[in-house]
Ligand binder design. Structure first.
Ligand code: 5RP
Length: 264
């Protein structure tokens, strides 16, 4: 691995713990103004210092994230579809390596929709991105996406999707937490990060699935809504950091999250 690639991977997965905390705020690329991300700069101002990297589109990065806060950036590089369009899966590769370099990206993220009508197209997006970005020492993170077919999120499917992503050259794979998570990590030769899943206000539930995923081989998380849609985003991010980087027990980390607001 060349020096630039090693350096970027170490920015994403700090060698002190070998674990990673990615904060995902890329949702607007197909959802538009998602709740709590209406003004993304305000939402993440206190969160970026807690995470290791920010998964974000170039538009939000340029318009809302101050460069002097120097977060490590994972640039959302695939897209071109919307939640109201005919097919979420019909993604293209939208960002060039020159743009990623201009934005000082530590990595780029590309979605693949395996098993969908757009399987070949999105896998080709991933392979093309690997061809282009590896030339400049920029790692590609594959996002194993399921579109609206949420029932696909079982270990068998996600292990297949994660392994194929790694085979095509992804340096990191982002996939959903599921039961038997070790079936995914044990057959994926590159680091796996856990994606968020449905939003819940139950902090312990989130901290527990993250603990379980890491204990079963995940290198960390790429989480969004369960942090910035929570009633205590900074508490959630701090608790997650403790679970990820300090090997904290979820029940102990829960002390870092404020008590639920009293319902009036
Ligand atoms: C959206 C994404 C998100 O980065 C990923 O789903 C994590 O966010 P959340 O925790 O809110 O699910 O890839 O396409």
């Amino acid at each position: 691995m060349d020096w630039g690639m090693q350096s970027r991977m170490a920015r994403l997965i700090p060698p002190e713990t070998g674990k990673a905390f990615f904060l995902a705020i890329d949702h607007g690329y197909f959802l538009g103004p998602t709740r709590s991300l209406e003004r993304p700069g305000e939402t993440v101002a206190d969160l970026t210092p807690i995470a290791d990297a920010l998964f974000v589109t170039r538009g939000v990065l340029r318009s809302a994230i101050p460069a002097d806060t120097t977060p490590n950036i994972i640039l959302r590089a695939s897209g071109g579809t919307s939640v109201i369009g005919p097919s979420l899966e019909d993604e293209q590769l939208l960002v060039t390596p020159e743009e990623a370099i201009r934005l000082d990206a530590a990595a780029v993220g590309i979605s693949v929709f395996i098993g969908s009508e757009y399987e070949t197209q999105t896998l080709k997006n991933l392979a093309t991105a690997v061809n282009e970005y590896e030339r400049y020492g920029i790692p590609v993170m594959a996002v194993t996406a399921v579109g609206k077919e949420l029932e696909k999120r079982d270990a068998r499917y996600l292990a297949l999707a994660s392994r194929i992503s790694a085979e095509l050259g992804a340096r990191v794979v982002k996939t959903y937490y599921t039961e038997d998570f070790e079936k995914i990590t044990s057959t994926c030769p590159v680091p796996v990060v856990i994606a968020g899943g449905p939003k819940t206000d139950d902090a312990l539930e989130v901290l527990t699935f993250v603990r379980d995923g890491i204990d079963k081989g995940a290198v960390g998380v790429n989480l969004g809504r369960n942090i910035w849609q929570h009633y205590d985003p900074v508490g959630m991010a701090t608790a997650l950091r403790a679970v990820i980087h300090e090997n904290a027990d979820p029940k102990d980390a829960l002390d870092l999250v404020a008590a639920p607001p009293v319902q009036g």
